[in-house]
Structure formats: C-alpha cells, structure tokens
Design a protein around this ligand. Structure first.
Ligand SMILES: Nc1ncnc2c1ncn2[C@@H]1O[C@H](COP(=O)(O)OP(=O)(O)OP(=O)(O)O)[C@@H](O)[C@H]1O
Ligand SMILES: [Mg+2]
Length: 280
C-alpha cells in the first residue's frame, strides 16, 4: 500500500526586496515616536500605582458604574488634582445636569471651585445650553459629530486644558440610539481620534451601567475605544454594602487585578480604605 506523501511545494520565487520597502520606511519612521509613557495622576494614589504611574497622557479612559457610584466625584477629583497640583487646567463637559446645579452640589460637598473657574484653571461647559442656543439661531440645524468635537476642542484650547471630562458620554451622542450601533461607533471613534490627536489632552468619559447589568457601557462600544476602564460599584462585604473600584482594562499597563474598597468623604473625595477580599 502506497502512502501518499504530499509533494513539497515548488520553491517560491524570492520576494522582491522592494516589497519590504514600505514596511522598512514605516519602521524607520516609527522609531523616533517610541518614547516611554508620560503619566497623568488620576487623583487617587492607589489607582495611579495600579496603573503603573497613572493615565497615559493624551489617551482616553472610561469610568463606568451604576448610578450613584461616584463617577462624577471621581471625574471632578481628577480635574481638581490637575488644576491644584500639576498646573494642568481641566474642562468638564456637563450634559445631564445644568452647570449651576452641579456647582451647587460640589459646594455642598465641600469643593468650592469658583476661584479655580475665575483663574481659568477649570471650566465647565454646559453642552445642553450651548446646543439649544445654536438651535435657536440656526433653525434646527443638525448637530454634526464634527461640530460637537470642534466645540469641545475649542473650549479646551481657550483654557489650554490638559484634562477633559465628559460626564456622561451617552447623551452627547445626539441622534444616536442604542440600536444605531454603527452611528454611535463612528461618532465615538471620530471623537476619540480627534481628542487623542491633540496629544496632550487626557480624557475621562463616564458611562452609566444600567443597574444590575453586566455591561460596561451604555452602547457597548465605548470600552473598545478606551485605553483603560475603571469600574465603580457597590458590593456586599461581610453583610455590609461597600463602594468598590477596580481596573477592568488597562492597555500597556502592568495593571494588577486589585479591587479597592473606598469611601466618599466630603471635601476630600474618594478615599481608598483597602483592598476587597470577597467574603461571600
Ligand atoms: N455631601 C456629601 N457627603 C457625603 N457623600 C456624598 C455627598 N454628596 C454625594 N455623596 C455621595 O456620592 C455619591 C454620588 O456620587 P456621584 O454623584 O459621583 O455618582 P455618579 O456615579 O456620578 O451618579 P450618577 O450616575 O447619578 O451621575 C452619592 O451616592 C453619595 O453617597
Ligand atoms: Mg454623575
């Protein structure tokens, strides 16, 4: 019985050296770009350590959590840290809540930011008011994603912002519905690309996770575009409900899988109490 031995493939013609030319050029071109990362403090020391130094400068991060888990407090703490300790002005894009109401809430919390706003170290941009003015002026002109992105970048430029917060991201996507995944994906891709093109603007977007859901974001696409995801939540520990924070994804960071337990302390913000040890 003969055994069929597969015939060796005929020798391939050598690939012309020129075929590699473009790759070589790319490689040469890429070399000067490779530098060690520059980190931006998140405002929470333990989280900076878990991230290997903090957020990577110029990138976009997602802070996800159910309602009331501390996304806004985290975001403001991130901006305050930059404005107060690093000479990094910050801009906060509010969509859900009028700025006035937010500032009142912050003051009640013990964070009176009026002086920082006056000194242009912090700016609060109320997108809802901003857009309704455009609607009035330009008779229901369709608000293009490009226009929204431009408005944000212009505002950031005005105060030379190095930090940006969009809290939360979902309502900014006008005209998009959770079913319209393609539209949302393109909008977000364009936005993250534009923001990261600035190179020095480190962004935190927040996303509300529907209570009880296993999702990380409203549209299910935000997480793929972000460099890292921080999840805030509430969990039961020893019969008590505690606030928890953990890193769900951290591109290019030797992130440790640590779940922190934290408190929200008026005038101070997020205070890590220790690590979570499941006791169910
Ligand atoms: N003055 C205060 N003193 C102590 N804790 C406060 C104070 N104000 C708010 N908190 C705590 O902070 C939590 C709210 O945090 P935050 O507003 O950051 O949540 P969020 O995730 O942004 O919620 P949402 O999804 O509704 O925007 C509240 O649930 C409350 O426990
Ligand atoms: Mg909030």
């Amino acid at each position: 019985m003969s055994v069929a031995i597969p015939q060796p493939a005929p020798p391939q013609a050598p690939v012309a050296a020129e075929a590699y030319g473009s790759i070589e050029k790319q490689l040469e071109y890429a070399v000067p770009e490779i530098a060690s990362f520059d980190y931006v403090s998140t405002g929470v020391r333990e989280l900076d350590e878990a991230l290997g130094g903090g957020f990577i400068r110029g990138k976009t991060y997602l802070v996800a959590g159910e309602t009331g888990c501390g996304k806004t407090i985290f975001s403001i703490q991130y901006l305050l840290t930059g404005a107060l300790y690093y000479d990094e002005p910050g801009i906060y894009i509010a969509i859900d809540e009028p700025t006035e109401q937010l500032l009142k809430g912050l003051k009640r919390f013990g964070w009176d930011v009026t002086e920082l706003i006056r000194e242009r170290r912090l700016a609060f941009l109320d997108m809802r008011t901003h857009f309704s003015k455009i609607y009035l002026r330009e008779e229901r002109r369709k608000i293009e994603p490009r226009y929204i992105i431009e408005s944000i970048l212009n505002a950031a430029k005005k105060i030379k912002a190095k930090r940006l917060v969009i809290d939360p991201i979902a309502p900014l996507i006008y005209g998009g519905t959770p079913e319209d995944v393609l539209y949302v994906r393109e909008f977000l891709r364009e936005m993250v690309f534009a923001l990261e093109s600035v190179g020095t603007l480190t962004t935190v977007m927040t996303s509300e996770i529907p209570t009880g859901s296993k999702q990380l974001s409203r549209f299910g696409v935000e997480e793929f575009l972000a460099t890292g995801i921080i999840v805030l939540g509430l969990e039961e520990m020893g019969g008590e409900i505690v606030r928890v924070m953990y890193l769900r994804k951290a591109r290019w960071a030797p992130a440790k899988p640590i779940k922190f337990v934290f408190d929200i302390v008026p005038a101070t913000g997020i205070v890590i109490k220790g690590t979570y040890r499941g006791s169910r």
